[in-house]
Design a binder for this molecule. Structure first.
Ligand SMILES: [Zn+2]
Ligand SMILES: [Zn+2]
Length: 542
């Protein structure tokens, strides 16, 4: 009689194609007894499997369909284990108007096999056999090739962290955020504009460390963060351990993924130093001139190279090229091998990350010059003299090179010839922050006077000038969908919305400053560092 209670004793999800985004198998439970009522309870092996309904009663001869639905989004990375659903059942007979339990409980095990799991990189089986139970589980990293694995939240298929859609079904979206690959400005041309419309308030999603320390020698000195493939990478100087390191965290959660100690303890210059990503590689250059390429997903060193000492600004990686400003020269290295391609000499020191666009590099130097070189040939293309030195990076947007001198003069130049198209002034106190572009097609420039200036990129005309803070704004802002986020010397983050309303968005420690090369944005998360020793992930809310 019990043999006909279940129509199957195994749910094999390896064979199931998801329908409307979900992998489901139906199970039929029948009460075969013509004289009894059957009470049934089902227990799922974990939150990654929903059973609907999980409890029911069946009259004589009745049956019930149970839907078993895979929920990989509820699974921890190593949680989808082949295991069993336990079914409990009990018969009741009606005697003298009362339900009387039948003899003993009935228990069944229904075997569940999650989707098959080959490494998306090397094809190796990701299964891990538990020696005690013989069960197989998915793991967070491929043991054979080291690929970091992300399960599709819809069908459970293993994908890489680079993937934006599931390799099993491109309709399954894994991530939509734009990668923030360089500091400042998010891209090698420093002009990335994510489109997500973000609210103007910020709430802490996570931070490293959780609380500021009061011990002076334990305060980490962070440089600006980059965020790619769901991983935040940020360099820090750790005075307590006496080391310089780069750490990778899961952007959404702050879970530490890897840490690489740099061989040169001079580390990345905290104030204007910055990292850059091209492909899977993250590039960093220490003040002492040690360049390191790291596989950002796996957290392993790929190569090291040397430039001269004196790297006081961010580096810019684009395609095959990594450009490092060292002393008064630009070192151009092959991004895959670290081999030196060119050393491009300037007449002054470089205090700001060069911009790379259309196979050209644009550098601002403290001899008041903006200079362009070809990255194909290393040839000098042009030099344009300006009214002052630069702490701000040039930015290439709408086929124009924009730069702001420490005298507060904004220059718009032709990338082909260096001809000055227009100039404008944001006031005599100048800026150390680079101009950014916004999705409202405006240039946003912040200054030492605590103002934000919004300019028409075609003419240089001021659309709006507004005081944001009572202290200098030295950190390059970041914008997404019309909202601009800023960091100030009073330790606070501010925002400016599409209607130019300014808000105090988040306060860190009084007396600290937000002074790195620039903020970073990934989806609705804003990443910034404070001189209180914290790396912040702040979520934008309405
Ligand atoms: Zn593999
Ligand atoms: Zn999928």
């Amino acid at each position: 009689m019990n043999d006909t209670l279940l129509d199957r004793v195994e749910l094999d999800f390896r064979q199931v194609a998801p329908e409307s985004g979900r992998s489901r198998i139906k199970l039929k439970v029948t009460n075969p007894d013509p004289n009894s009522i059957l009470h049934v309870g089902l227990k799922a092996p974990g939150p990654w499997l929903d059973l609907i309904p999980a409890q029911f009663a069946l009259g004589p001869g009745q049956h019930q369909s149970v839907v078993a639905e895979l929920r990989p989004d509820n699974s921890s990375v190593d949680g989808m284990t082949a295991s069993d659903i336990t079914l409990y059942a009990q018969y009741f007979t009606i005697q003298n108007g009362k339900a009387v339990p039948g003899p003993g409980d009935i228990t069944y095990e229904i075997h569940v096999i999650p989707p098959h799991s080959a490494c998306p990189n090397c094809g190796a089986e990701l299964g891990r056999t538990d020696s005690a139970t013989g069960d197989t589980a998915l793991i967070g990293e491929c043991r054979k090739c080291g690929e970091r694995i992300k399960l599709c939240p819809i069908c459970g298929t293993p994908n890489t962290w680079v993937d934006r859609v599931c390799r099993q079904n491109p309709g399954h979206i894994l991530r939509t955020q734009k990668d923030w690959q360089s500091s400042p400005g998010g891209s090698a041309d420093h002009a990335l504009i994510p489109g997500d419309r973000l609210g103007r308030h910020l709430a802490r999603a996570w931070s490293v460390p959780f609380f500021p320390t009061t011990r002076m020698n334990a305060i980490l000195e962070w440089s600006a963060a980059v965020v790619s493939y769901g991983i935040v990478a940020c360099a820090n100087l750790d005075p307590e351990r006496g080391i310089a390191a780069i750490s990778g965290y899961e952007a959404a959660t702050g879970v530490p993924l890897w840490e690489i100690e740099l061989r040169d303890a001079s580390g990345i210059y905290p104030d204007r130093g910055g990292l850059s990503v091209s492909g899977n590689l993250l590039f960093a250059a220490t003040v002492g001139g040690m360049v390191t390429a790291i596989d950002i997903i796996r957290g392993v060193k790929r190569w090291e190279a040397r430039t001269e000492a004196g790297v006081y600004a961010g580096i810019s990686a684009s395609g095959d090229n990594v450009v490092i400003p060292a002393g008064s020269s630009l070192y151009v290295l092959n991004s895959t091998t670290g081999d030196q391609k060119f050393v491009l000499p300037l007449k002054g020191k470089i205090n700001a990350a060069p911009a790379v666009s259309t196979n050209r590099v644009f550098a601002a130097s403290d001899d008041c010059a903006i200079t362009a070189f070809s990255l194909e040939t290393g040839a000098l293309l042009w030099t344009t003299m300006t009214d002052g030195p630069f702490d701000a990076s040039p930015m290439v947007y709408a086929e124009t090179v924009y730069s702001v001198s420490t005298n507060g003069t904004v220059y718009a130049m032709s990338p082909e010839t260096g001809a000055v198209l227009w100039t404008a002034s944001i006031g005599t106190r100048g800026t150390a922050a680079s101009p950014i572009a916004t999705s409202l097609n405006l240039l946003a420039i912040v200054g030492e006077d605590g103002f934000i200036h919004l300019l028409d990129p075609a003419t240089g005309h001021t659309v709006r000038s507004k005081r944001v803070a009572n202290s200098p704004l030295r950190c390059t802002p970041a914008s997404s969908g019309g909202t601009i986020f800023l960091g100030a010397d009073d330790g606070c983050f501010y925002s400016v919305d599409q209607d130019f309303n300014t808000s105090l968005a988040y306060e860190t420690t009084p007396g600290s400053r937000i002074v790195s090369a620039g903020l970073a944005i990934y989806g609705d998360l804003i990443f910034g560092t404070s001189t209180n020793g914290l790396l912040y992930a702040l979520r934008a809310t309405e």
